[in-house]
Ligand binder design. Structure first.
Ligand SMILES: *Cc1c(COP(=O)(O)O)cnc(C)c1O
Length: 396
């Protein structure tokens, strides 16, 4: 059995995305900035891709900037909002403790420049409320950046409510929607979103391409200087095949969104029910407002890395949830943010599903995972101490 359940890390490209890209590698390969026919054909493909992305997000084509992925989109959105704020003497930014590092590290950089950052607490289920945001907004707040859905534990935030609060208070609102795009409903106007980041490889498109929606009138700061591509806001010859592939993948994902969500939710809930039966285990993230394909557990007395290696040997490609740099023994900042102690945070497992996963695979995992957990616990001196009463269990 070969089971890929790490779709929050990246996905297999869909046939539609691959097919859409092929002509733009060898037939229509001109530079979209060139005036000749070959270039203009490529430029037309960009126009179409931009129109398609805009229609699916509920915005205008000129409000879409193509980027190299979610990280770049996050960086550009946050730095731009900071510069706008700075010019008005507003240097306070609100975010949450469990954002992606593309957001958190950008905020750290701004802090060194004198910005003040408030990271909202996310509570034990891992969520941010609109009331928390409303309470944190100050006279000098220039940006609220809160992710739509968490990439590790799958919690989905009340983005429309947060957007409404920000709009009412006149504060820019950015959301990292990398885990949400293609999986959850997005309508940037209805949800009062000013800026939104997405990344193609999280919805079965190619890697190294993404988009930033920026409401018109918001002045972007360039991260990359050079030519006049992307209305002068993002220099560099456009990755035409990837952009076309992203639009095709996004169209497909949005078209099948409700159907896929229903299918994934059923598989997800079966996995959650089955894994909850493992003694001294706990589900992480919001049980209700949760990404359709996300399952995330902590198992007491287990090292996440050993679990992943043994599961890999059984054909299961999963994740501990944190894409931490290899060799780093730092536990996930997300699990620490929801209050899991270090020793529990190390024993985590994320299964992130896609529509290619089957019920048969779920059944296989529900047999394999409890076996591997029991095997690892059987070898652990710490586990023995707990079983024999010399040490307290943390997860009851
Ligand atoms: C994957 C991910 C990113 C980074 O996107 P890249 O395209 O890989 O740069 C940012 N935010 C979240 C929530 C993600 O899951």
């Amino acid at each position: 059995m070969n089971i890929y359940v790490d779709n929050a890390a990246t996905t297999r490209m869909s046939d539609a995305a691959v097919a859409a890209m092929m002509p733009y590698m060898q037939s229509v390969y001109g530079n979209p900035s060139s005036l000749h026919t070959a270039g203009q054909e490529a430029a037309e493909a960009l126009v179409t891709a931009r129109e398609e992305m805009a229609a699916l997000l509920g915005c205008e084509p000129r409000e879409i900037i193509f980027t190299s992925g979610g990280s770049e989109a996050d960086n550009q959105a946050i730095v731009s909002a900071a510069r706008i704020g700075q010019r008005k003497g507003k240097k306070h930014i609100i975010s949450s403790a469990f954002e992606h590092h593309a957001v958190l590290h950008t905020l750290k950089k701004l802090e060194k420049e004198g910005f003040e950052v408030t990271l909202l607490e996310v509570g034990s289920v891992g969520t941010v409320t609109a009331a928390q945001v409303a309470e944190a907004i100050r006279e000098d707040t220039c940006l609220v950046t809160i992710m739509y859905a968490n990439n590790e534990i799958g919690s989905v935030m009340p983005i429309a409510e947060i957007g409404a609060v920000c709009r009412e208070k006149g504060v820019l609102f950015h959301t990292d929607a990398v885990q949400a795009a293609g999986h959850l409903a997005i309508d940037v106007k209805a949800q009062n979103i000013d800026m939104l980041s997405l990344s193609a490889h999280k919805f079965h498109g190619p890697k190294g391409v993404g988009a930033l929606y920026v409401r018109k009138g918001i002045l972007l700061t360039n991260l990359i200087e050079g030519g006049a591509q992307e209305r002068g806001k993002r220099a560099g010859t456009e990755n035409v095949p990837a952009i076309v592939g992203m639009a095709a993948a996004f169209k497909e994902a949005c078209g099948l969104r409700e159907q896929n969500a229903a299918y994934l939710t059923a598989l997800r809930d079966k996995l959650i029910a089955g894994l909850s039966a493992i003694p001294h285990s706990v589900l992480n993230g919001d049980p209700e407002n949760r990404l359709p394909g996300n399952v995330h557990f902590c198992f007491e007395g287990i090292e996440g890395e050993s679990l992943l290696l043994l599961l890999d040997a059984k054909g299961i490609c999963a994740s501990s949830g944190s894409a931490c740099t290899s060799g780093s023994l730092e536990p996930s900042h997300v699990l620490l943010a929801i209050g899991r102690p270090h020793e529990i945070a190390h024993g985590s497992l994320r299964l992130s599903l896609c529509p290619e996963n089957t019920e048969e695979q779920v059944d296989y995992m529900l047999k394999a995972i409890p076996e591997v957990v029991a095997y690892l616990r059987g070898m652990s001196p710490v586990w023995r101490d707990m079983v024999e009463g010399r040490k307290e269990f943390i997860i009851k």
